[in-house]
Design a protein around this ligand. Structure first.
Ligand SMILES: Nc1nc2c(c(=O)[nH]1)N[C@H]1C(S)=C(S)[C@@H](COP(=O)(O)OP(=O)(O)OC[C@H]3O[C@@H](n4cnc5c(N)ncnc54)[C@H](O)[C@@H]3O)O[C@H]1N2
Ligand code: MOO
Length: 387
């Protein structure tokens, strides 16, 4: 059995980026940038007022005569001379000659005259051209995620579209005679196909849109045919179940029949030992163990980083947080164990049944704690968790 680290490195080494495409800005949310983007417009674009009030010279002695009005949206080319003030509004261009704005609440106005008490600093209530962003500055790097803030910055530069990496088409294939689709009546011995839904949801949460879902029985010919067809029409096939050693586990024999030799099978991690990874003509195949928690954890630790790399992300590893353990923990097994738990006020506490079929307990958890084989953690000890 290979280590989790080696498995992840071998999977990641096999992954290359998908193709690029150009998308309208809003369609790019959650995608990853395919090219660096430089600012073409400074932010702010011109010196302007931070407040509704009066543009004045900061050296004025607390009074001035209002000689004009500068609203936002047009450059009126007004000039503020000594002893003069220009009525101004938030976002309006600062008139030439003025170097400060006194806000209207601090002003007493009588006719065209204004008075204020406090002395002013040069630059007070003024937003300067380029203070936030200069022309030519990098606003987006290859591999950056398109977040709402970054989409806002791109729009501020006048862009309407952006080059991003196209996510792969992914097939989810659930295998098992015991599985039926939610919505149908359950017979004795059957279970609903929960992994099919859970894996699709994980893919969707990762920003993958083109997903198909199918099911096949533990039947060799059906598994071979389904795999062949899915590999012809998708970039990635995500299998759940049938990767272990049982007589009805058809994945390995079916791959072999298609001439596909797994790059790796069986990893020293709990849950998820029978995890399998294979490649075929540029297509990726992930065989996730059927136990729901094993499917979930192997998705998080192997599939997600691989798909992040494929989708062009610079940061592919999951976010890790330093917290403390709320309780003493011990792993008496011989594999590193990903415990499922809840993070509350900076402390991790194990949540519910820690067995690989325990889907409800998993559904209540929001963090994973990796405990090495044989390791003990005392209550209050620092630990690292995956969110
Ligand atoms: N003799 C051995 N038996 C098992 C071993 C082993 O090393 N030697 N490994 C165990 C481990 S660890 C795991 S994990 C499981 C993985 O088995 P498979 O990937 O072959 O999965 P199945 O046998 O098909 O199913 C396991 C379990 O999960 C349920 N399941 C399957 N698909 C779904 C689904 N889509 N939705 C919900 N639940 C699903 C299935 O009914 C089984 O209960 O093997 C151990 N056995
Ligand atoms: O690896 Mo299995 O996932 O221990 O149950």
């Amino acid at each position: 059995m290979i280590s989790e680290q080696e498995a992840r490195e071998r999977v990641l080494a096999a992954i290359s980026c998908s193709k690029e495409e150009s998308l309208p800005l809003l369609k790019s949310l959650g995608r990853f940038a395919a090219a660096d983007v430089l600012a073409t417009v400074p932010l702010p674009g011109f010196d302007n007022s931070m407040m509704d009030g009066y543009a004045v010279q900061s050296r004025a002695l607390g009074f001035a005569k209002v000689v004009g009005e500068q609203p936002a949206g047009a450059q009126l080319d007004l000039v503020c001379g000594e002893g003069e003030a220009i009525r101004i509004f938030t976002g309006a261009p600062l008139p030439a000659g003025a170097d400060a704005v006194v806000m209207q609440e601090d002003v007493e106005r009588t006719g065209d005259s204004i008075r204020w008490q406090e002395s002013l600093q040069a630059g007070e209530n003024v937003r300067h051209r380029g203070a936030d962003l200069c022309e030519g500055q990098m606003i987006l790097k290859v591999g950056d995620k398109l977040t709402a803030g970054r989409i806002g910055v791109l729009a501020s530069q006048g862009f309407t579209s952006i080059r991003v990496i196209k996510p792969p088409r992914v097939a989810v294939l659930s295998t098992g005679n015991e599985l039926i689709a939610p919505g149908l009546p359950l017979s004795a011995g059957q279970i609903y196909n929960s992994n099919g839904f859970m894996l699709q949801a994980l893919l969707m949460a990762q920003g993958i849109e083109d997903i198909s879902s199918s099911h096949c029985q533990d039947d060799f010919d059906q598994t071979v045919q389904t795999l062949k067809q899915l590999l012809a029409t998708h970039d990635v096939v995500l299998l759940s179940g049938g990767v272990s050693v049982g007589d009805h586990d058809q994945i390995k024999p079916a791959l072999q029949a298609l001439g596909i030799k797994p790059d790796l099978w069986r990893v020293n991690v709990k849950p998820g030992k029978p995890f399998l990874f294979a490649q075929h003509e540029g297509k990726l195949i992930f065989g996730l163990p059927g136990n729901p928690v094993s499917s979930y954890v192997t998705y998080q630790i192997f599939v997600k980083p691989a798909l992040m790399k494929r989708m062009g992300a610079r940061q592919v590893e999951p976010t890790r947080l330093r917290v403390v353990s709320a309780q003493s923990l011990h792993n008496d097994g011989n594999r590193p164990h990903y415990l499922r738990g809840i993070l509350k006020e900076g402390a991790f506490r194990v949540q519910g049944l820690q067995e690989s079929h325990a889907l409800f307990a998993l559904s209540q958890a929001d963090a994973l704690l990796r405990l090495e084989a044989g390791a003990t953690v005392a209550a209050g000890e620092p630990v690292e968790v995956l969110i």
